[in-house]
Write a protein that binds this ligand. Structure first.
Ligand code: ADP
Ligand code: MG
Length: 238
């Protein structure tokens, strides 16, 4: 059974058709990378999966259950989006712990989770600070920590490393890969970075203009692109 199924999803903003007829089925534990040019609808699709924006038509299923009309909190998803702000009045520690508290995780377990992700993301020294006292890259790591403290059915990451410097981005990429191997959680991950796509993905979906052009293994998409656009986008050998 697939953990996450996107069935014929369409999304319109006024007269603009942003998602045209998107269907993707993701096997349990797969790492799906979503790539495509700016404005093609990647974030809109992520928002639809998360339940932050209603779809115009189509369905979203998690573990076979139709969650199309469920609120974000009712879907077992943890997400890191660029626009998803930290709670300004809470410390980093409280920000990371909050989602666990909401889910009634016992205190000792919450504290252990905070320590684990803080260590992973190298933010232990920042735990008592407020978001306003952090740089952009540090805030992004805290947002990442908040998602990783939980163990949901699905993680959604929308360009989570885009504000980090090159060294930290490579370190984080390695950590995310290890984490995925350890937890086996289904992940949908948007990136602009071809290297990130090729190293992290079990499968890659290439999107253009509200459509999925190709969905396949990194090897298939790179070596057997369906058209010139995918070839150009993936930097395939000609
Ligand atoms: P990507 O993440 O691939 O760069 P987006 O999903 O953010 O693309 O945007 C796709 C298109 O949808 C763009 O043309 C954008 O202007 C439009 N769009 C996104 N969100 C909204 C919104 N809330 N209201 C109106 N148009 C939107
Ligand atoms: Mg986007």
């Amino acid at each position: 059974m697939s953990t996450l199924e996107i069935r014929n999803v369409r999304k319109e903003f006024g007269s603009e058709r942003v998602l045209k007829d998107v269907s993707i089925s993701i096997n349990s534990g797969d790492f799906l990378i979503l790539v495509g040019p700016s404005g093609c609808g990647k974030s809109t699709l992520m928002n639809a999966i998360a339940g932050l924006e209603p779809v115009t038509s189509g369905h979203i299923l998690i573990d076979g259950e139709d969650v199309t009309f469920n609120t974000p909190a009712e879907r077992d998803i943890a997400m890191v989006f660029q626009s998803y702000a930290l709670y300004p009045s809470m410390t980093v520690r409280q920000n990371i712990s909050f989602g666990l508290e909401m889910r009634k995780v016992p205190k000792a377990e919450r504290e252990a989770s905070v320590e684990r992700v803080a260590d992973l993301l190298q933010i232990t020294h920042l735990l008592e600070r407020k978001p306003a006292q952090l740089s952009g890259g540090q805030r992004q790591r805290v947002a990442m920590g908040r998602a990783l403290a939980r163990e949901p059915k699905v993680y959604l990451f929308d360009e989570p490393l885009s504000n980090l410097d090159a060294k930290l981005r490579v370190d984080m990429r390695t950590e995310i890969k290890k984490l995925h191997q350890r937890l086996g959680t289904t992940i949908v991950y948007v990136t602009h970075d071809q290297v990130e796509a090729m190293t992290l993905a079990d499968c890659i979906a290439v999107m253009r203009d509200g459509n999925i052009l190709q969905l396949g293994s990194p090897d298939e998409v790179y070596n057997n692109p369906v058209d010139m656009f995918v070839a150009g986008f993936m930097g395939s050998p000609s």
